[in-house]
Ligand binder design. Structure first.
Ligand SMILES: [Mg+2]
Length: 321
């Protein structure tokens, strides 16, 4: 028991140290796009506007690539929490993490439900705030250019670019600052890890959380919105609430005619699959787009505008950009 307690003390010390480093790093940032221009936790909702167009962005594995391996970092962080803070052995920790994810979508919901934590914000501090994101993420100037363009006529003329995440605001803001895109967003809808433990924890894919994002962004109808996320359940919900266009970002997507995603949704006009967020302009040009990166990859070999390339059983007319 003393042994376990020592581990917990060491773990907590390490977490504290890393959070301090993260804070120092964040304060030292001086590149473009580290300024947040919207009011976080604004007390009043904007007046809804019939004409308003909003683009909702998930953050993790969407604004930065899955291949950055931040996800693995998060998994490690979660595993450490279960082992050193909660005292589970390695196998039990892995089993619980997996079963909570399957049953609740988010580990924190399982921990709340099973009364294994009594402070959700502290849990978030241990997990997200302690991630050394600065070792994995860097400013993304191509993404910055894309986001700037989305407010232009040619790229959909969105009135607002809105962050819509299941993380807490600290993590959300840290990500966009490191990526050099913090100044380009108009607002943030985040999960309230700071609410009392007995309050219901609402996050994506709960349709009520989508309603919150709609109210906070001043959107009157989901039909005026675009949505991008890497999570299948969130994409399902976005389609169910009637988002104008839904993009499922699947970085390692492999075209497969038996693939359920492709089969069930291929004909839906408001749905696209992209392997890279930078491909959004292709969706704009076509109205809808599917496993595009295969086409994109081939596009590199296509010099002439309007030339046709093949991917699997379909043909896509790819314009040089
Ligand atoms: Mg995500």
């Amino acid at each position: 028991m003393t042994f376990a307690k020592d581990y917990r003390a060491l773990y907590r010390d390490e977490i504290k140290k890393q959070i301090r480093l993260n804070q120092e790093h964040l304060e030292s940032l001086n590149h473009l796009g580290t300024q947040v221009n919207f009011e976080v936790d604004s007390s009043k909702l904007p007046d809804p506007n019939q004409a308003r167009k909003v683009f909702f962005f998930d953050i993790d594995n969407t604004l930065y690539r899955k291949s950055t391996k931040v996800q693995l970092l998060m998994q490690q962080s979660l595993s450490n929490f279960f082992k050193y803070e909660l005292g589970f052995d390695e196998n039990e920790a892995e089993r619980l993490i997996e079963s909570y994810y399957e049953e609740y979508g988010l580990s924190v919901k399982g921990l709340i439900k099973n009364k294994q934590i009594d402070d959700v914000l502290q849990y978030n501090t241990f997990i997200d705030d302690s991630l050394p994101l600065q070792d994995y993420l860097k400013p993304d100037w191509k993404l910055r250019e894309l986001l700037i363009n989305l407010k232009k006529k040619k790229f959909g003329k969105f009135d607002k670019l809105w962050l819509f995440t299941n993380s807490y605001k600290n993590h959300a803001i840290r990500c966009i600052k490191i990526l050099g895109i913090a100044d380009l967003f108009d607002g943030l809808t985040y999960c309230h890890y700071d609410r009392p433990i007995d309050e219901e924890f609402i996050c994506k894919p709960d349709p009520r959380f989508f309603e919150t994002a709609k109210l906070q962004s001043g959107l009157t109808t989901f039909a005026n919105a675009w949505f991008i996320d890497d999570n299948e359940s969130n994409v399902e919900s976005a389609l169910a609430v009637g988002m104008g266009h839904v993009i499922h970002l699947i970085e390692d997507y492999q075209y497969d005619s038996e693939n359920i995603i492709t089969r069930d949704r291929a004909n839906k006009q408001q749905f696209s699959i992209l392997k890279d967020i930078l491909e959004i302009p292709l969706v704009m040009r076509r109205g809808t787009f599917h496993p595009s990166s295969i086409a994109i990859k081939e596009k590199e070999d296509v010099e002439e505008e309007g030339e046709t390339v093949n991917w699997s059983k379909q043909q896509i007319n790819v314009q040089s950009s």
